[in-house]
Design a protein around this ligand. Structure first.
Ligand SMILES: *Cc1c(COP(=O)(O)O)cnc(C)c1O
Length: 392
């Protein structure tokens, strides 16, 4: 497949796509083994190997693979044994799945305004906030609040990111959640994973994710006398095999993003009305984030890049206070659940009604970095970008 074709297929590419028959030996192994159900394999399942590999790489004690990042969030929240209607503080700027996971769990989201880096502003959290989801968006490591009993780090867009203290994103709080969706850092089309340092939390999640059972691998599920209900989030050997293959490329991918980012910073457009937002050393460099002086300039840049076929995106879609799912407060339940638990809708925590955040989002433009390109190709891509931005 040509490079152009591949780039074209990477809708909102956060990472690369290493899918290639010559590289799929874990998948071949799973097929040759003849068992795609993780709890029926002879010897260690591919799913367990994936969990072990990810946990070791991230410095997490426990990992559990599930179908997607949204399930991973639900599992993390439900495992905290909340009451229906309990509040969960989430960033006001993130993918709607975060709010959806909270609502689907019978909990009520509180939208917390963001700081300059567009990450949840911990200063706005009330003391005593029990459940907080922080999202490390586009590889940007968010500041973490202190003293929150159930802090969930949503790392769907930031696999491989490192916190300022050297720990991996996802391992500092109660749980960290990851996604292998098509447009994340690594992909198996769909896929998710949760990590935790807490053995009891892992055991609770494992039980809930397999119908509430205390299954022994190789056996039909068993339910203890104190069993609770659960759901089925158990991953498949085929998907886990692709994830193992993808994961082998993580360091190469992170290095490719770092290199492209460095090239981009060396070739900044020379104009005073445009700023490149700095990225921290531990960020995954999935994109260059540009901040314009005005919305008009930003929109002109979007039009110019799009006309030249250069991938780019804006972040307005992440502004949850304006998201139709949250403003509409609709539900498929006849009694309006879970809004029945929060008749006023999601709560909001902002100093200024999100005015500053709206302004920041309206002036921000993101351009993806391409880890699979060689350095020469990255230089050419950055020069083309610079030329277009200077002509806006
Ligand atoms: C993609 C994403 C999710 C949901 O992950 P899925 O695997 O698509 O369910 C959650 N949070 C953030 C920040 C995401 O970008």
């Amino acid at each position: 497949m040509s490079m152009d074709k591949r780039l074209g297929q990477r809708y909102l590419p956060y990472g690369a796509n290493y899918l290639d028959w010559s590289d799929m030996h874990e998948l071949r192994e799973a097929i040759e083994h003849g068992v795609l159900f993780r709890y029926q394999t002879e010897g260690e399942s591919v799913a367990s190997r994936l969990e072990r590999t990810v946990a070791r790489r991230l410095g997490a004690r426990h990992a559990l693979a599930v179908h997607n990042g949204t399930e991973a969030l639900r599992l993390a929240l439900i495992s905290t044994r909340p009451r229906t209607g309990d509040l969960v503080h989430i960033p006001a700027v993130t993918f709607v799945a975060v709010a959806g996971a909270v609502l689907a769990s019978g909990l009520v989201p509180v939208l917390v305004d963001v700081d300059q880096s567009l990450s949840l502003d911990p200063a706005l959290l009330p003391s005593g906030a029990e459940r907080v989801i922080v999202a490390h968006m586009e590889g940007t490591v968010a500041p973490l609040p202190q003293g929150v009993p159930y802090l969930v780090e949503d790392c769907a867009q930031s696999l491989g990111a490192v916190l300022p203290d050297g720990r991996h994103a996802g391992t500092a709080g109660y749980a960290g959640t990851f996604s292998f969706h098509h447009n994340k850092v690594l992909t198996s089309g769909e896929g998710g994973l949760v990590v935790t340092q807490d053995a009891d939390a892992w055991a609770t999640m494992r039980c809930y994710h397999d119908h509430g059972s205390a299954r022994v691998p190789g056996c039909y599920p068993t339910w203890n006398a104190d069993a609770h209900y659960g759901e089925n989030f158990v991953t498949s050997e085929g998907v886990a095999a692709v994830q193992c293959q993808q994961f082998r490329h993580l360091d190469e991918l992170l290095a490719g993003l770092e290199r492209h980012y460095a090239v981009a910073l060396d070739n900044l457009p020379a104009r005073t009305d445009l700023r490149v937002l700095p990225r921290a050393a531990g960020d995954v460099k999935t994109s260059v984030r540009l901040r314009w002086e005005s919305r008009e300039l930003r929109d002109a840049a979007v039009a110019a890049l799009t006309a030249r076929g250069i991938a780019n995106w804006t972040l307005g879609k992440y502004l949850l206070p304006q998201h139709p799912v949250l403003t509409g407060r609709r539900s498929l339940y006849a009694d309006g659940f879970p809004w029945s638990l929060a008749p006023e809708g999601p709560l909001m925590l902002s100093r200024d009604g999100f005015a500053r955040t709206r302004d920041l989002l309206e002036r921000t433009l993101c351009v993806p970095l391409s880890p699979e390109l060689g350095e020469q190709e990255q230089v050419l891509a950055v020069k083309a970008l610079r030329q277009i931005l200077e002509a806006v």
